[in-house]
Design a protein around this ligand. Structure first.
Ligand code: NAP
Length: 463
């Protein structure tokens, strides 16, 4: 087995850097160090933890441009999106630096004069994280920030496609004085590191962002040591456009949510479900907007859509397009690629498909690419049935100016995140996470720190 990871630029296939794969013994040692460091970090007072986290955030902000370039180099996303991801990452550090100071306990009125009932909150212990390539720093920040704020120590395995920006992000924490064993990264193959994490009695919580298949395996293995688990898994977001929607807004927001990161996000719209009466005006505006998107190297000014991360992702997207066309979908724009397997780059041009039906793979399998399948509905109940008809329940979007339709959709859609007339509902201070097979637990907001805390109840008697 190779003992290094070769990191490549997905826009050109060119080599960027290599990272050493650690041995099992080294990874286990790092886990042990994380556990030992917990004894001191958990006793460091909340204001000091908060100060260090803000200093870390400031350091990242100072180096935003350098970090953004590195992210675009290894991930391919347009530079502006990388800058946005770094802002989003520091938002988590800033938000949870404040939350560190607000971890409250409570006293419960006693049922007898001779007792006092007290509840305190404690950090859970060492937290182990596994993160994906599509948001190399944000997925780390969303986990590390509440962990450190709560008083937990943290160890993360970044995705092999994009380890560099995540490692650099954590290096800035060391530069401001966060002790090395309080937050660590380890490099190794997912299945190997996953087994070490779930097999360790020192790891009290496992937190993962990635595919549902790997999430299920980690949940199963977390039972070995009864570890707590937070899982941010796959999605298949519906985007419903009602008869009375503001079509201009719907088209513009649909483009934003569909094509961000070349469609390689877990919350990106994967099924556009349009009322038949507004299909024509919607398509006209949507397609006109899609035609303006520029495909290219994310480092070049004006690029809207970068490369697909790798050949596996590319093949999956192309197969979904072919399957849909083979079953009767109409191509309104796109269905064009620029791929060079020898050099190692894969671009898919933004593609819009009409007359998409539920028997097509694209309607139930995640695409993770810049393809927008459009289907129609007559009654809102039909749209809901279609929207809820996959095992996923991460994000859903709808566009309507009728409050009755809006309330109905809000109450009937089985999704953890909903955007009403909004294609970008995510933020550090709100809960993010999915229902059904899209995950367990929430990250972000006040909900996001809860999974890093244990509740301890004490009854004082004999008074
Ligand atoms: P993936 O295969 O699940 O990989 C994600 C991470 O898991 C990588 O670090 C990978 O490392 C590791 N991994 C793979 N097999 C593992 C195993 N057996 N045990 C432990 N770790 C393992 O997912 P992906 O296809 O790269 O990423 C895209 C997926 O992530 C999509 O399904 C997307 O919906 C989901 N996602 C979800 C969210 C969310 O918040 N809900 C956000 C972003 C992405 P190795 O490659 O080294 O094995």
């Amino acid at each position: 087995m190779a003992n290094t990871i070769q990191v490549k630029n997905p826009a050109t296939g060119e080599f960027i850097d290599e990272v050493n794969i650690q041995t099992d013994a080294e990874i286990k040692k790092a886990v042990q160090r994380g556990h030992e460091a917990f004894q001191k970090w958990s006793k460091t007072n909340a204001h000091e933890r908060s100060r260090l986290m803000r200093a870390w955030s400031d350091k990242v902000k100072e180096n935003k441009e350098e970090l953004a370039k590195l992210m675009t180099l290894e991930n391919g996303k347009p530079l502006n999106e990388s800058r946005g991801e770094i802002d989003y990452s520091t938002d988590y550090l800033d938000w949870y630096a404040e939350e560190a100071k607000r971890i409250y306990g409570r006293t419960i009125p006693s049922h007898t004069d001779s007792k006092r009932l007290i509840v305190t909150r404690e950090p859970i212990g060492l937290v182990a994280a596994i993160t994906p390539w599509n948001f190399p720093t944000a997925m780390m920040a969303r986990k590390a920030a509440p962990a450190l704020a709560a008083g937990c120590t943290f160890i993360v395995k970044p995705a092999p496609e994009t380890p560099l920006s995540g490692m650099k992000f954590i290096d800035y924490a060391y530069e401001v004085g966060i002790p090395r064993d309080v937050i660590q990264y380890v490099i190794g193959e997912g299945s190997v590191v996953g087994e070490i994490f779930t097999g360790s009695e020192f790891v009290r919580k496992i937190t993962f962002t990635g595919s549902t298949a790997v999430g299920k395996l980690l949940i199963k293995n977390s039972s070995n040591n009864i570890q707590h688990a937070t899982m941010e898994l796959g999605g298949h977001a519906p985007l419903i456009i009602a008869e009375d929607a503001d079509i201009e807004l719907a088209a513009q927001q649909a483009i934003a949510t569909k094509f961000r990161n070349a469609g390689q996000t877990c919350v990106c719209a994967n099924r556009i479900i349009v009322h038949e009466k507004v299909m024509e005006p919607f398509i006209e505006k949507f397609v006109a907007g899609v035609k303006k998107l520029t495909v290219g190297n994310g480092l070049e000014e004006g690029t809207d859509i970068g490369p697909i991360i790798n050949e596996k992702g590319y093949t999956k997207i192309v197969k979904q397009i072919e399957d849909a066309i083979g079953k009767g979908a109409e191509v309104l724009v796109g269905n064009q690629v620029n791929a060079n397997p020898e050099k190692g780059y894969f671009f898919v041009y933004p593609t819009v498909l009409k007359n998409v039906k539920t028997d097509m793979t694209i309607m139930h399998e995640e695409t993770f690419g810049p393809v927008a399948p459009i289907t129609s509905f007559k009654k809102i109940e039909e749209a809901v049935e279609l929207a809820n008809g996959t095992p996923y329940g991460l994000a859903a979007y709808f566009f309507t100016n009728d409050y009755r339709t809006g309330v109905y959709l809000h109450e009937h859609l089985k999704f953890g995140i909903i955007g009403w007339n909004d294609g970008g509902p995510s933020a550090a201070h709100v809960p993010f996470g999915g229902m059904k097979e899209s995950g367990l637990g929430r990250e972000g907001g006040i909900e996001g720190i809860e999974p890093y805390l244990e509740t301890k109840y004490m009854s004082i008697g004999g008074l």
